[in-house]
Design a protein around this ligand. Structure first.
Ligand code: AGP
Length: 366
């Protein structure tokens, strides 16, 4: 069934719409309501070993790297541990310092990406502690890591990763919750997060039900040649993934910027021909993001706001609305309308979304 279209026009659309089911699978048996934590037995780490972790580093390529940035944000926010993400493709070439107490997480849908596999091998050679966060069971990276978390997204056929990326984010949230609860994340906060995480797969259904918003936006901007994707802090990895999705399947030039970086250069490119997709979560940075939109509009730049906040009337030309949840976890949901936007823009241009030119589903070469 995973390899049949079942009435969908292509696999990308099918896989976008499979995200509720896939999300439920990622969470099944892994949320512990009683102790307000997560259970990730595949990591093979007990509470003492989890407490010994001093830093978390995510390694992946392309969308798996951007997802890793979202994971790093979650770990930092929920577990108060230093965390970051690095492209696995760079890792082995820069003679990295392998610190004791750092938990490395190799992130991959296929489990066969050569650059990620090589990073894991280099890490192991140098005595680093590495676990896998992989979709394909029995794959090279899963075997090389030996322990970790399977994504349970099911087979992903379309070159553009969608449901695997969402399941990566859900799994990072589980990891962050687990690391947080053996430190100073309270039971009450943990309970709130467990409930919010459990609700995400069904909230994805709500986002998909409002697909017309993304279709209308995609049709409106289908003639554009360049686009910015802008986000700050929680919205930054979301913006990067949004730009990635658009460029790989539509061939429209898309670049992501941290919102406050615009004024340090890219703002010079803003005019009526340069639309910006701005990620606007309803969190403590809302006023800052509204300010960013005003800066863009003041230079005649069209703005597509992706938001779960109530924005002032007329602030953005186009608004794609999302339901509101827990601010720490909302970035997981924000990726979905960006997948839809990229998909509909690419199909409006007549692109083959499942097999974009020059790309392979699994990159097993240097
Ligand atoms: C995602 O849409 C891309 N096709 C690509 O960036 C992909 O995420 C990357 O090649 C990593 O693949 P992996 O997750 O199978 O390791």
């Amino acid at each position: 069934e995973d390899y049949q279209l079942n009435g969908f026009p292509d696999f990308m659309r099918k896989e976008i719409h499979d995200q509720t089911r896939a999300g439920h699978r990622a969470l099944r048996g892994r949320l512990d309501e009683r102790f307000a934590t997560a259970r990730l037995d595949g990591l093979g780490l007990d509470a003492r070993e989890l407490r010994a972790v001093r830093r978390v580093k995510f390694l992946g390529c392309g969308s798996a790297y951007y997802a890793g940035q979202l994971g790093a944000n979650l770990v930092e926010e929920l577990a108060r541990l230093p965390a970051d993400a690095e492209p696995a493709s760079e890792f082995r070439y820069r003679n990295p310092v392998i610190e004791e107490g750092t938990l490395y997480v190799a992130v991959s849908q296929s489990g066969e990406t050569l650059d990620t596999l090589a990073a894991v091998q280099e890490l192991k050679r140098k005595g680093g502690q590495v676990v896998g966060l992989v979709n394909a069971v029995g794959s090279a990276i899963a075997r090389e890591c030996g322990s970790g978390v399977f994504l349970h997204a099911g087979p992903e056929v379309s070159v553009a990763s969608t449901k695997a990326v969402t399941n990566m984010s859900l799994s990072f949230a589980l990891l962050a919750l687990l690391l947080g609860r053996v430190r100073d994340l309270s039971m009450a906060h943990g309970r709130r997060l467990v409930a919010a995480l459990a609700a995400i797969p069904d909230r994805i259904t709500d986002v998909l039900a409002a697909e017309e918003q993304a279709i209308a936006a995609a049709e409106r901007y289908a003639g554009t040649e360049h686009m910015f994707f802008v986000g700050r802090v929680r919205g930054w990895p979301v913006a990067r993934e949004g730009a990635q999705k658009l460029k790989e399947i539509s061939y429209v030039h898309a670049e992501a910027y941290e919102a406050a970086e615009l004024k340090h250069g890219p703002l010079a490119l803003i005019d009526h021909t340069m639309p910006s997709v701005v990620i606007v979560p309803d969190d403590e940075l809302l006023a800052k993001n509204i300010g960013t939109i005003e800066q863009i509009r003041a230079r005649n730049g069209p703005v597509i706001a992706i938001t779960n906040a109530d924005l002032p009337e007329g602030l953005a030309e186009t608004v794609i609305r999302l339901p509101r949840g827990e601010p720490e976890l909302d970035p997981i949901l924000f990726t979905v309308p960006l997948q839809l936007f990229a998909y509909h823009l690419a199909t409006a241009l007549g692109r083959n979304v499942d097999k974009p030119r020059n790309l392979a589903k699994s990159v097993t070469v240097e």
